[in-house]
Design a binder for this molecule. Structure first.
Ligand code: AMP
Length: 549
């Protein structure tokens, strides 16, 4: 027997329809690439996105065709998103931090038919245009006055001209909710990038989950700053969640530096913001340097990599801002877990809450987690046993785009995250490493992340990374690499003493090397593959013939 309720396909165009109808006057503020801060509303965005849909149809874009965007977070970028998805085309967000070769690879792999670009990326496009044979049209997201910059791209179209020339009369939706809505390629630390294909339904379900009070808990009364890029795991869903509740939305464009972000927070009255730890570190440096504070900011969502204790404390102790630590990945749309406290833990003094706040947290309804060993057997949730983290849910990837071999799930339908984790008795998951970065010493696992998090709390450290280096007796031993703060100098012993007593003795790095640079990958995470490559052949003092211990 089937239910007798209406069939209302869960397609994302309905989100902007709703925002335009019920929150039509609410503002969307962007720092434009042309310079000034620009303002629009959900009502105007809806109208303009429909014009973009008609422009795409006129270019021959049909249901299922891929349309790429190479752009920072802005109102125009969001108009392109909804314009593409509304007609059932698939929005492929390109990460501009990828190398040009990788960009060409994924454009060709996705067979993008149209490409929307910001002015910033014109030089790359001019240089590589010939290597993107599937791309029939390039749309530059600017106005006529700035189209001069696109002179070297013959035939490039102007976004504002398309908006002017096309009608806002366009019917959105009307297709199956399982239709593809977007593609995002994972940064691919091994092999080629892999395409995660979101459906309208998965985005819609993800939006509903983000709106749970213990997830992002956004309200119409919030002013949300979307720093997390739209090209990295859908800006954590904020480009859907904000219009879904009708809250004011603020976007930083290309300027992610502390001064620019602080200005937006203060002048726009931001209450909620989402960004990776590095952005917050830059912001706090600026706030401290200016001896400023936050007048409206209440909650910050931090994810993408682990939140260092110093960052958590600074927000809480110095500025009274609540930190929500989140874990997720491109394959999970991305929201997987959140460090939101249970009533029992919230009743504890802050110092006792802290270890829980620093974990990646608990799953919201809609996400299932399990911890398994190498043979797939479930491991206990005792907060001690480290295992492979697997995840399942209505917005978790089942396979990659055009991938050989089909599903990427185990027999119970779980996806292997590639993360190592523990889960404690209160349900808090903690990422201990990436499977490929965990250090295997004498048959036991050492968490590189845990040592890094402790080392980076040293007052002289700017960044810290730990990698496994070959060792004749133990297979691998940890090596700590430190980038010091400007003008500082330090010794190996200072760092080892700092770690003393904070980690097990056998986790103690065998050496400390001070470096000028710790390379970050396209999504702002430490590029361990490159670090390992750079340190290839490095001989630990403990591995020298007479020093093997
Ligand atoms: P991406 O698909 O590029 O977003 O990368 C996802 C990966 O980032 C995850 O599998 C984790 O390894 C890592 N990650 C994301 N959030 C966190 C976090 N809060 N703490 C530690 N690692 C994280």
């Amino acid at each position: 027997m089937l239910g007798l309720m209406q069939d209302w396909p869960l397609t994302v165009d309905k989100i902007l329809d709703h925002a335009a109808e019920w929150h039509g006057g609410r503002e969307i503020v962007s720092r434009s690439l042309e310079g000034p801060i620009v303002r629009t509303t959900y009502g105007a965005m809806h109208d303009r996105a429909k014009r973009i849909s008609n422009a795409l149809k006129a270019m021959g874009v049909k249901l299922g065709d891929r349309v790429a965007t190479l752009a920072w977070n802005s109102g125009r970028h969001m108009e392109a998103w909804y314009g593409i998805m509304g007609i059932g085309a698939v929005c492929h967000t390109l990460n501009p931090r990828l190398f040009a070769d990788q960009l060409c690879y994924i454009i060709n792999h996705a067979e993008d038919k149209v490409l929307f670009t910001d002015l910033t990326f014109l030089p790359t496009l001019v240089e590589r245009r010939a290597q993107m044979p599937s791309v029939e049209q390039v749309v530059v997201m600017t106005d006529r006055d700035h189209m001069g910059a696109a002179a070297a791209l013959p035939g490039a179209l102007c976004f504002e001209t398309l908006v002017e020339e096309h009608s806002p009369d366009c019917v959105w939706g009307g297709f199956d909710e399982h239709t593809a809505a977007g593609i995002c390629y994972t940064s691919g630390t091994t092999g080629n990038p892999k395409g995660v294909v979101y459906s309208h339904r998965s985005n819609f379900l993800h939006t509903l989950v983000t709106l749970q009070r213990d997830v992002m808990g956004l309200s119409l009364h919030d002013v949300a700053l979307m720093v997390a890029p739209m090209f990295h795991a859908n800006a954590w869903g904020l480009a859907f969640s904000c219009p879904a509740v009708g809250c004011k939305l603020v976007m930083p464009g290309q300027r992610l530096d502390g001064a620019a972000v602080l200005e937006l927070i203060e002048t726009e009255g931001v209450t909620f913001a989402g960004a990776v730890p590095t952005v917050w570190q830059m912001l706090l440096q600026e706030v401290r340097a200016r001896k400023a504070s936050f007048s409206t900011l209440k909650r910050v969502l931090i994810g993408g990599s682990a939140v260092p204790e110093a960052l958590m404390r600074a927000f809480h102790d110095d500025y009274g801002v609540e930190v929500i630590h989140a874990w997720g990945m491109t394959e999970t749309s991305p929201m997987g877990t959140l460090g939101v406290l249970t009533p029992e833990i919230a009743a504890l003094p802050y110092e006792e809450q802290l270890p829980y706040r620093l974990k990646q947290g608990r799953t919201p309804m809609g996400v299932e987690l399990k911890l398994v060993d190498d043979s797939g057997r479930r491991l206990p949730h005792d907060g001690e046993t480290m295992g492979r983290l697997k995840v399942k849910g209505g917005f978790v990837a089942a396979r990659y785009f055009k991938a050989e071999g089909g599903d990427i799930l185990d027999a119970d339908g779980f996806f292997d995250t590639g993360d190592m984790a523990t889960i404690d008795a209160a349900g808090f998951m903690q990422i201990t490493d990436r499977v490929k970065d965990v250090i295997k010493s004498g048959g036991e696992w050492i968490s590189s992340i845990e040592i890094e998090n402790l080392a980076v709390a040293h007052p002289k450290a700017m960044l810290a990374a730990v990698i496994g280096v070959a060792h004749p007796k133990w297979d691998e031993r940890p090596l700590l690499l430190v980038k010091l703060r400007e003008g500082e100098s330090a010794t190996r012993a200072e760092f080892l003493e700092f770690l003393e007593g904070k980690i097990a003795r056998w986790w103690m790095p065998d050496d400390v090397v001070f470096v000028d640079e710790i390379p970050l990958g396209a999504t702002g995470k430490i590029d361990k593959k490159l670090l390992r490559h750079r340190m290839e052949g490095y001989v630990l003092p403990t591995a020298q013939a007479d020093g093997v211990k």
